[in-house]
Design a protein around this ligand. Structure first.
Ligand code: NDP
Length: 339
């Protein structure tokens, strides 16, 4: 059972040397009388927030437990039941939920996992468009930012797992949508595949404020915030009165010891509502409604998604580290096994 372990706490940018792929022990059985299931992991999700778990935090500063050096990493995966101690689950059932970054995992309570309902799509979609990133885009855009038809929406990290879905959902709602991304290839994808009205490469813009003014001469109603730092500062200057900022993530800050300064005073004069949110608040029935709606969009071709699939568990550390250099084009996933 090959596993990806954290070798040491990370400071600054993570490197592949901060992790190690080791041979761990696996018992292809569940303890007698336990409701656990043993699963084979098929697809591992790579997510930027995993970096925030690689630093030792004081007790309450993080919303999920820190990773522990010497121990296996965990995150959402798509997996298949191999042995079941639970009456409602049988070998061959396909699930998604939190497992170790390893080939086989023991899940103590499979009731915390979701069943995979739509077999007509690639299974990996449940690490992306039909899983946490898709739900994050949907809940952030509609519940937090309350985007409405005709509004002007800006999305950062727009070609990534969350951003690509935010842009398409905003277009389906009848918004004017612009995204930023860190390469010309990604900008091209935003305009051609995902149907954004406009997009720019933030690494090539000398003045982010000017780039935003060019795309939004009349200002921004909704900002879907994925990156923080200088981009957030420039966006706030270009927000309209009573604009809303859904603070989803701040990937530019995750490798810093201390956050960049941002001019939050912009919120005051313009009555901008800026609201942080965690996708975990939107589980249960909300997820099921989202899953059905998104599956319909995919079937009808109204939403498409782009994935970046790394092959084999040995590729997992580099795939995770690559998120911070923008190597992933679309949702980063690791294929551990195809069936
Ligand atoms: P992505 O697929 O977008 O991958 C990360 C991307 O971030 C990279 O491809 C890169 O794209 C960009 N990036 C990396 N470093 C920087 C930097 N210094 N400045 C600007 N951009 C950078 O990741 P996700 O879609 O999975 O996540 C997007 C955001 O959503 C993250 O902030 C994440 O933490 C957050 N999130 C929040 C959730 C919640 O519940 N609130 C749930 C899920 C995700 P580029 O080439 O464009 O720079």
């Amino acid at each position: 059972n090959r596993q990806v372990i954290l070798k040491r706490y990370v400071s600054g940018c993570p490197t592949v040397d901060d992790m190690e792929v080791v041979a761990g022990a696996v018992r292809l059985a569940v303890p007698p009388g336990s409701p656990a299931v043993l699963v084979k992991n098929l697809y591992l999700s790579c997510d930027p927030y995993m970096r925030t778990r690689m630093t030792r935090h004081s007790e309450h500063s993080n919303f999920v437990p820190d990773y522990v050096p010497g121990k296996v990493l965990d995150n959402c995966s798509v997996c298949k039941v191999v042995v079941s101690g639970h009456p409602d689950f049988k070998p061959g059932d396909l699930l998604w939920g939190v497992t170790g970054w390893e080939e086989y995992s023991l899940i103590p309570n499979p009731m915390f996992c979701h069943r995979i309902n739509h077999h007509e799509f690639p299974l990996s979609y449940y690490t992306g468009v039909l899983g946490v990133p898709g739900l994050t885009a949907y809940a952030g855009l509609f519940e937090v930012a309350k985007a409405k038809k005709g509004e002007h929406v800006f999305v950062s990290a727009a070609a990534g797992a969350v951003g690509q879905i935010v842009g398409q959902l905003a277009k389906l709602t009848g918004c004017y949508v612009v995204g930023s991304a860190g390469s010309d290839q990604k900008v091209n994808l935003l305009k051609t595949k995902f149907g954004f009205d406009d997009a720019f490469n933030y690494k090539k813009e000398l003045d982010l404020n000017a780039a935003l003014k060019r795309c939004f001469p009349d200002g921004i109603d909704v900002y879907f915030e994925n990156v923080g730092g200088a981009m957030l500062d420039a966006v706030l200057r270009n927000m309209r009165h009573r604009g809303r900022v859904a603070v989803c993530g701040q990937v530019s800050q995750y490798n810093l010891e201390r956050p960049d300064g941002v001019d939050l005073f912009q919120l005051v004069g313009k009555h901008i509502r800026m609201e942080g949110f965690l996708v975990s608040e939107y589980s249960g029935d909300y997820y099921r409604r989202f899953e059905e709606e998104m599956a319909r969009y995919l079937e009808e071709g109204k939403v498409v998604c782009v994935e970046d699939v790394a092959e084999g568990i040995e590729a997992a550390p580099a795939a995770l580290v690559g998120l911070f250099a923008g190597h992933n084009v679309g949702k980063q996933v690791v294929a551990v096994a195809r069936e």
